[in-house]
Design a protein around this ligand. Structure first.
Ligand SMILES: Cc1cc2nc3c(=O)[nH]c(=O)nc-3n(C[C@H](O)[C@H](O)[C@H](O)COP(=O)(O)O)c2cc1C
Length: 266
C-alpha cells in the first residue's frame, strides 16, 4: 500500500448532516477554521434518491437534489462552491450510493471537480435506505462492498475516496480493513457510538487504529477539546462532530481556537 498522506489540520471535522450541512452551513464551518468539512449526505443514484423521497415524506429532513441532468449541473453550480480560508482545509461530500447509473456517474464527475474527497456512506440506517440494500447494509456483506468499490475504482481516482461507517455494525474488522487497504481508501470515518449512551467507544477507535494504516476520523459525542484529544490519543488523526453543531455552530470556532498554534501528535 502506498503511504497515505491524509492529515487534517486542525484535526477537527464537521461530519455530514443530511438536510442541514449544505453549502452555507459548511462555509460557516470553514470560516470557523474547521480542518475538514463534509457536505451532505446526498443520495446520488436513482434507487437512493427514490428512497430519500420516502424518508422526506415521513417527515425527516433530507437533501433532495435534481435527478435530471441539466438541472443537476445547474444545482451543482449553485450548491457546491465552498471557499477555503487556507489550502490545508479539506472539503468532502458524503454520498449514498449502491449503483453506478446515469445520475450517479454525473454526480461523481461533478464532485471530483468540486471537492477533495468523496465519502462513501455505509453508515445510514434509515429503513427506506436499508430496504434497497443501501447505507449500513452495504458493509454487512463484504462482497457487496467489494463490488461497489471495484466499480468506483474504474471511474474514480483511489486518492479521492474515503468511507464512513458505524463501528458497531462491523463483524470482522480485519477482513474489512484488508479490503479497504486493497482499494487504497484514504480515510476511515468511524462513528463509535455506544447504543443508549452519550459517549463514544474510544477502545473501538483504538482497535481500528492498531489494525490499519488508513487514517481514522473518530466520531460520536465529541463536544469538548478533551474529547478531541481522547480521539487523537486513541490513534485517530482527527475527531468529527455533527449534532452539537446543529444547535451551536460556533462550537467549531471555540474548539479550533483552543488548538490554535498547537502541534498534534499522531
Ligand atoms: C440529522 C442528522 C443527519 C445526519 N446525516 C448524515 C448523513 O447524511 N451521512 C452520514 O454519514 N452521517 C449522517 N449523520 C451522522 C453524523 O454525521 C454523525 O456520525 C452522528 O450524528 C454522530 O456524531 P455526533 O455525536 O457528533 O452527532 C447525521 C446525523 C444527524 C443527527
Amino acid at each position: 500500500m502506498m503511504k497515505n498522506r491524509f492529515r487534517v489540520n486542525p484535526p477537527i471535522v464537521q461530519s455530514a448532516i443530511a438536510g442541514i450541512a449544505n453549502n452555507d452551513f459548511c462555509q460557516q464551518m470553514l470560516d470557523f477554521d474547521a480542518g475538514m468539512v463534509i457536505l451532505g449526505g446526498y443520495s446520488i443514484d436513482y434507487a437512493n434518491i427514490q428512497a430519500t423521497q420516502q424518508v422526506i415524506e415521513r417527515g425527516r429532513k433530507e437533501f433532495l437534489t435534481p435527478f435530471e441532468v441539466e438541472e443537476l449541473k445547474k444545482w451543482s453550480e449553485n450548491n457546491l462552491f465552498l471557499r477555503k480560508k487556507n489550502t490545508q482545509q479539506i472539503i468532502a461530500a458524503n454520498v449514498r450510493l449502491i449503483k453506478i447509473d446515469e445520475i450517479s456517474k454525473l454526480w461523481l464527475s461533478l464532485l471530483v471537480e468540486k471537492v477533495d474527497f468523496i465519502e462513501l456512506n455505509v453508515h445510514c440506517r434509515q429503513k427506506e435506505i436499508l430496504e434497497i440494500g443501501g447505507g449500513q447494509d452495504i458493509v454487512q456483506e463484504l462482497k457487496i462492498l467489494e463490488n461497489l468499490l471495484q466499480t468506483l475504482h474504474t471511474i474514480l481516482e483511489p486518492e479521492k475516496l474515503g468511507i464512513k461507517l458505524r463501528g458497531i455494525t462491523i463483524k470482522n474488522r480485519d477482513k474489512l480493513v484488508d479490503l479497504l487497504e486493497t482499494f487504497e481508501i484514504q480515510f476511515l470515518h468511524i462513528d463509535a457510538m455506544i447504543p443508549g449512551e452519550n459517549k463514544s467507544d474510544i477502545q473501538l477507535i483504538n482497535d481500528f487504529a492498531k489494525s490499519t494504516n488508513i487514517p481514522i476520523i473518530g466520531n460520536n459525542s465529541v463536544i469538548s477539546i478533551e474529547n478531541v484529544k481522547e480521539m487523537l490519543k486513541a490513534g485517530a488523526v482527527a475527531a468529527s462532530l455533527a449534532r452539537p453543531l446543529i444547535d451551536d455552530p460556533k462550537l467549531m470556532l471555540k474548539l479550533t481556537k483552543q488548538l490554535e498554534g498547537k502541534k498534534y501528535e499522531y
